[in-house]
Design a protein around this ligand. Structure first.
Ligand SMILES: NC(=O)c1ccc[n+]([C@@H]2O[C@H](COP(=O)([O-])OP(=O)(O)OC[C@H]3O[C@@H](n4cnc5c(N)ncnc54)[C@H](OP(=O)(O)O)[C@@H]3O)[C@@H](O)[C@H]2O)c1
Length: 307
């Protein structure tokens, strides 16, 4: 069944893949954007304008779109600055609250929201399910802010009184526009031999191609009766000791320099060091079973350096 779908964050990495995909499946898509000039080339059925942190503007924009389903793909991590982290945390807390209130007032029946699969506490595993606890007591203030905002987003989405809610916990995104694109911050660092490999490098990353992320959102939009939290990740969770040297090889770069794990945090910052040394992967069994989704790109090995 086709639906009227509002996509908040339509101009983002996932939104740009999702808008045409939803339209190709017959859905009527309204893009919610904060700056119309950012929507060049997007081609939704309709466009509404609001800053997600401005509750009255969101309410008016969503009311005029009359969506049945709201998709929340808002974040502000481009550039990975501290300001971006704080803005993103506010989008996940206040922005989510505004979207839910506006969706309910407009008579929508469903919300699908973006979360992250790598915010779990680094215990057990090495690959964890959706039932694993979030890393709410992370020692890094930025990561603690992020995990707490994620927890609040998920609580709000799943607790919305008049909406059925789906949370999609995306793995580490790669593909056009991401950090792992050749020209992205991590792609460029690896290509120049500037991302060292801690020893031991036992952190596990579950990658996800942007196109698979968009396909998961399509499945969630269409699976009306399903609600809950779903990891969205490929089938090939990999230790940094495996993926980082392979990524360098695929990029035609020299093998990463090996550094002692004790130096990693000082050299790379807490989050990258955590990713490479301690992070856990994400199992995708639940989304395969309940949303009939599987990755079209089952392993990062084929495309991480490809486009
Ligand atoms: N989930 C992950 O895996 C993850 C984690 C960390 C980093 N990253 C990296 O982060 C980058 C993505 O950057 P991003 O977070 O900026 O996402 P993005 O892909 O650019 O999408 C964010 C969307 O939210 C919109 N938005 C932001 N603030 C808004 C506001 N106040 N009101 C309305 N809309 C708002 C943006 O609009 P505008 O187009 O107007 O900005 C954009 O449409 C990629 O490089 C990715 O690799 C991803």
């Amino acid at each position: 069944m086709t639906a009227r779908v509002l996509v908040a964050g339509a101009t983002g990495v996932i939104g740009r893949a999702l808008v045409p995909l939803l339209r190709a499946h017959g859905h009527h898509v309204t893009a919610l954007v904060r700056e119309p000039s950012r929507a060049a080339g997007l081609d939704p059925d309709d466009l509404v304008v609001a800053d997600a942190l401005d509750a009255p503007a969101v309410r008016a924009a969503v009311a005029s779109a009359r969506p049945e389903v709201v998709v929340h793909q808002l974040s502000a991590l481009r550039g990975s600055t501290a300001q971006g982290l704080e803005h993103t945390a506010r989008l996940r807390t206040e922005g989510t609250a505004h979207l839910i209130a506006a969706a309910e007032a407009a008579g929508a029946r469903r919300i699908v929201a973006q979360s992250i699969a790598f915010a779990t506490a680094p215990h057990g595993g090495p690959v964890l399910t959706e039932d694993a606890p979030l890393h709410l007591d992370a020692p890094d203030p930025g990561w603690a802010l992020t995990t707490r905002a994620i927890a609040e987003l998920e609580r709000r989405v799943l607790g919305a009184a008049a909406l059925s809610g789906v949370v999609l916990r995306y793995g580490t995104l790669y593909g056009p526009g991401t950090l792992y694109h050749r020209g992205g911050a991590i792609g460029a660092a690896v290509a120049r031999g500037r991302l060292p490999l801690p020893e031991p490098a036992a952190g596990v990353t579950s990658f996800l191609h942007v196109e698979d992320a968009a396909r998961a959102a399509l499945h969630a939009v269409e699976a009306d009766e399903v609600r809950g939290v779903f990891n969205v990740a490929d089938d090939d969770p990999a230790e940094a000791a495996v993926w980082l040297p392979e990524y360098a090889r695929l990029l035609g770069a020299p093998p990463p320099r090996v550094v002692p794990a004790q130096l990693a945090e000082r050299m790379l910052g807490w989050l990258t060091s955590h990713q490479l040394t301690a992070m856990r992967g994400a199992a995708n069994d639940r989304i395969r079973r309940e949303l009939d989704w599987k990755p079209a790109t089952p392993s990062w090995r084929t495309r991480l350096a490809a486009d």
